[in-house]
Design a protein around this ligand. Structure first.
Ligand SMILES: [Fe+2]
Length: 291
């Protein structure tokens, strides 16, 4: 049995310099000072990290928004956290919209986290593929700089075409797709959606996948996407790993474990959700059979 842990949306923050606060970062900083800094707490992330490590998963996927305003100091904090979390061979990272918050930061995720964002072929760029036993992780990037008040993501034509090829190439494995933005968003999340989500779902409907893991919404979400031949593909969103409390529709901190096993011709996959309770302890929240 292979155990895959999934966590997301850490939002490491560091005090910005005044000169960093022009444009979108300034608005983001106001939001952080007024609201977000009371939600995303380092001690909460520490407790979650400790619990993940105690479960000794075979691999850990981190699906974006490791940082908050794309400041160099934030990437360095996240890099230190990754180094303590595990060997780059056992930890896979993809960026989210906060990791490419402004155009000047576009290359910073690769500058700090490249070892965690590289395929088995050693190359950088998205998508990349990592095979661990009969599990194939297919890592996508939707992190693109956007205007103020927007948190959209985009894959682009080129990445979508390579994604289709990657799914083909890894057929027969338990294909696990890592993407920051959810593959479907309700109308109220229009300014936070994946703009080419129909294209993404179209590739899945044609090529199939065994599991899709995402973050971004900071809540536990299980949805079923159309696969080929009438099959359904589970797309699972995870809460933020650093959220101290429930906040509107957002869940308190948690993460997921996937127990993946071959069962004859089919796959067996069980999801175990773990969550931080009000007393600060991390406990099992529930289990669900995915396949
Ligand atoms: Fe996000």
């Amino acid at each position: 049995m292979f155990v895959l842990a999934h966590l997301s949306d850490l939002h490491f923050a560091s005090p910005p310099r005044l000169s960093n606060l022009a444009g979108k970062r300034g608005l983001g900083f106001i939001n952080w000072q007024r609201k977000r800094k009371f939600i995303h707490r380092p001690d909460v992330l520490d407790a979650i990290t400790h619990d993940v490590k105690a479960q000794a998963p075979d691999h850990i996927a981190v699906t974006g928004d490791l940082v908050n305003l794309s400041l160099r100091a934030e990437y360095a904090l996240a890099q230190r956290w990754l180094q303590a979390l595990g060997d780059p061979k056992k930890v896979t990272v993809i960026p989210g919209n906060h990791d490419a918050y402004v155009r000047s930061a576009e290359r910073l995720p690769a500058a700090f986290w490249a070892d965690y964002m590289r395929g088995d072929d050693g190359l950088e760029g998205f998508p990349f593929i990592r095979r661990r036993g009969n599990i194939a992780l297919i890592a996508l990037s939707t992190g693109v700089p956007t205007g103020p008040f927007m948190a959209t993501g985009r894959l682009g034509e080129k990445q979508l075409a390579s994604f289709a090829a990657a799914l083909e190439q890894t057929r027969g494995n338990f294909r696990t797709v890592l993407i920051h933005h959810p593959p479907e968003s309700p109308p109220r999340r229009f300014l936070r959606r994946l703009t080419d989500a129909p294209g993404f779902r179209g590739v899945l409907a044609e090529k199939g996948a065994e599991l899709v893991l995402h973050g971004h919404d900071h809540r536990r979400l299980v949805s079923w996407l159309q696969g080929p031949d009438g099959k359904k593909i589970a797309a699972i969103g995870v809460p933020s790993a650093s959220a101290r409390v429930r906040h509107g529709a957002e869940d308190p901190a948690g993460y997921h474990l996937f127990h993946i096993d071959r069962a004859g011709e089919a796959w067996r996959c069980e999801m175990i959700a773990r969550e931080r309770s009000v007393d600060g302890t991390i406990r099992e929240f529930g289990r669900q059979t995915i396949s």
